[in-house]
Design a protein around this ligand. Sequence first.
Ligand code: PMP
Length: 303
Amino acid sequence: MKYAFFKGKIVPFSEAKISIMTHAFNYGTGVFEGIRGYWNPKKKQKYLLKMKEHYLRMINSCKILKIGINYSVDELSQITIDLVKKNTYKEDVYIRPIAYKAEEKIGLGLTGVKDDFAIFLAPFGDYLDVSKGIKVCTSSWTRLDDNIIPARAKITGGYANSSLAKSEAIENGFAEAILLTKEGYVSEGSGENIFLVRDGKLITPSASQSILEGITRAAIIELAKNELNLEVIERPVNRSELYVSDELFFCGTGAQVSPITEVDRRKIADGKIGPVSEKLKKIYFDAVRGDNPKYSSWLTPVY
Ligand code: PMP
């Protein structure tokens, strides 16, 4: 973390500081994104993955939280490229753009509260294990409903709920938690979407199940249809359907493709990573590292 984008310009990271009175710090009134930059050592290139899609989603998050953002997707993308270049990391990075209610003010509300926008980044490897298959639990915490803090928007305050779920999982010896909606349907992990394989079909909770509409989720749907000819179904999923699925995996910017081999101490099928998850993982990693020209449109080279 050498440089950040803060108050309209690139500054040394140590200068990118906000006041303790900042509205977003007190009330969780920010929206953010997470974008991966994959370093390809052979090509000596860094690829920013689906940057445009992330900024389009951030602009939608801003609409939901009434945050004004004075940059276009193209401007945000150019600022990001400049910042990544300036940081000169020759390794994988995670980029965190954040738009937030910046006013130093006591009092709730969104309208008329001043906004700002910042970006920082850090070197970043695997967030969840992608090689062995992870053990997860269903959470005792409920996914936020669309009428509470909408999961469709990546709102900082909503991640207090995700942190409760993740913390409970870790403290009980699990790698991650799966949250259920208030109606008891499967929603998603604390920071990733979930897929099931049943009878050769790929199933994932639909957008109305209080999920963040994941960019990796869309990428996986595309790969499953194009490369594996799989039928993909978006529909409500019951908790017990997890236990009888043939395969399960998480996907997300952080999680990438992370196969799940156990839920609530119950083995999924034979407890080994299944063939569909394995294939999708391989195709996904080739695409995001710039090793499959068919998906070069997903990538923005930095250099
Ligand atoms: N759900 C939640 C709650 C998340 O925080 C994330 C990570 N951004 C995802 C799903 C996955 O979304 P994406 O693939 O766009 O990173």
